[in-house]
Design a protein around this ligand. Structure first.
Ligand code: NAP
Ligand code: G4F
Length: 383
């Protein structure tokens, strides 16, 4: 008999990688998907199976973390061995604009899942993974951050996730549930949402290289993040639920980098050096040097002449609209417990992550540019 997993947030970055990983391991995967006016299944289309296929290993259900009845019904119908609660309003800056909704989905949503498992008498069968976050450390009380570091959340998102963390611990202790928190530090990939900083940068650098965009406006360039690859991090989620005893684990690389240095690395991937000048809102980055051979190899000869004309131009600026009312300045994790107890090690370092994201976005933006210029795939919705 195949094991059954239920993934909330299956249409997101982590949900997509985790679904693929579990299907390869022989699981039947059920995914919770919000109704939207478009399919919104791009990240999992390669795994999708028509409902008429027999013995499907990926089955999607409409649902929402804010709807207890719906969650209880789906958990009851699917009888999962493992639930991975990845669904969340996951954007820190947006949580300042939608604090009540964020609390409902990211905080109470966790309670709804735990309580459904309890009321359905599934405690002996169902293990639960809660997607906790390094944002809990916020105004960091210790460097690096580990499982015992006190939390100090700095956004409505982090405060909601703090409730999710503790209600998971409480249900574990009160009802002997196999419920665990993964305290994951930032993890990125070619599937990362376009408004998170790494993907915003790799998309923008690709578009600048192809002549589709002149400049990118950023927020706080000095904050530091411990960035890993999402592919490595979903392996950790799985490993956490395979342990005999539930527990909470930090998952991180142990290396931290500023946003400014991430920008430099992304430009370096196409053979371009940028130089930062000025301070705070007046800080800019200027194109300083091109390694033509590398630019041709990564971007293509056809784009070189136009790009060379831009040497000396400003390609990065700062726009205060991207600043947060309260910022998390520094995150760096100590994943000793995961390395020791789970045997987890990341395969990607930051350079390999940036390369993966840049190669993907250059390809994607070339396709977008081709379609804009009237490529045959363009549809005319008004015909
Ligand atoms: P993501 O790409 O933003 O995906 C979030 C997923 O949650 C999407 O499938 C989204 O559906 C779904 N969702 C949002 N609100 C929902 C609701 N009310 N009901 C049902 N589904 C809802 O996020 P991610 O990067 O994969 O992160 C996965 C989880 O890990 C999140 O809980 C996030 O907070 C947490 N986390 C992420 C990181 C990181 O660096 N990536 C680090 C630590 C923790 P739509 O597609 O319909 O929007
Ligand atoms: O990429 P970010 O938006 O990620 P953030 O806020 O660290 O949150 C992500 O990681 C958390 C784990 O620590 C997750 F829990 C959460 O769900 C999400 O996946 O911003 C990273 C840093 C911040 O300091 C931000 O101020 O980049 C800075 N930044 C500078 N300019 C920017 C920008 N962030 C965004 N999104 N856009 C900018 O233009």
């Amino acid at each position: 008999m195949s094991k059954v997993a239920l993934i909330t947030g299956i249409t997101g970055q982590d949900g997509a990688y985790l679904a693929e990983y579990l299907i390869k391991k022989g699981y039947v995967v059920h995914g919770l998907k919000r109704r939207s006016s478009m399919f919104n299944t791009d990240r999992i289309d390669h795994l999708y199976q028509d409902p008429h296929v027999e013995n499907r290993n990926l089955i999607l259900h409409y649902g929402d973390l804010t709807d207890s009845l719906n969650l209880t019904r789906i958990i009851g119908e699917t009888q999962p061995d493992e639930i991975y609660n990845l669904a969340a309003m996951s954007h820190v800056k947006v949580s300042f604009d939608t604090p009540e909704y964020t609390a409902n989905a990211d905080g109470l949503g966790v309670l709804r899942i735990l309580e459904a498992v309890r009321l359905l008498n599934l405690i002996p069968k169902t293990r639960i993974y809660q997607a906790s976050t390094s944002e809990l450390y916020g105004l960091v009380q210790e460097v690096p951050q580990k499982e015992t570091t006190p939390f100090y959340p700095r956004s409505p998102y982090a405060v909601a996730k703090l409730y999710g963390y503790w209600i998971t611990v409480n249900y574990r202790e009160a009802y002997k549930m196999h419920a665990s928190n993964g305290i994951l530090f930032n993890h990125e990939s070619p599937l990362r949402g376009e408004t998170f900083v790494t993907r915003k940068v790799t998309r923008a650098v690709s578009r600048i290289a192809l002549g589709m965009q002149k400049k990118v406006y950023m927020g706080n360039l000095s904050s530091k993040r411990d960035w890993g690859h999402a592919k490595d991090y979903v392996r950790a989620m799985y490993a956490i639920l395979q342990q005999d005893e539930p527990s909470d684990y930090v998952i991180a690389t142990g290396i931290t980098t500023t946003i400014r240095d991430f920008l430099k690395m992304a430009f370096a991937e196409i053979g371009v050096e940028i130089v930062f000048k000025g301070e705070h809102v007046n800080e800019v980055a200027v194109l300083n040097y091109i390694d033509e051979r590398m630019f041709i190899e990564r971007v293509g000869e056809a784009y070189l002449d136009n790009f060379k004309k831009r040497i000396g131009d400003e390609v990065v600026g700062v726009d205060p609209q991207y600043f947060r009312p309260t910022e998390v300045d520094l995150l760096i994790g100590d994943a000793t417990k995961a390395r020791t107890c789970l045997g987890w090690e990341p395969k990607y370092d930051l350079a390999a992550l940036v390369e993966d994201m840049m190669l993907n976005d250059i390809k994607l933006m070339k396709k977008e540019s081709y379609l804009r210029k009237g490529g045959y795939e363009i549809l005319n919705y008004f015909e």
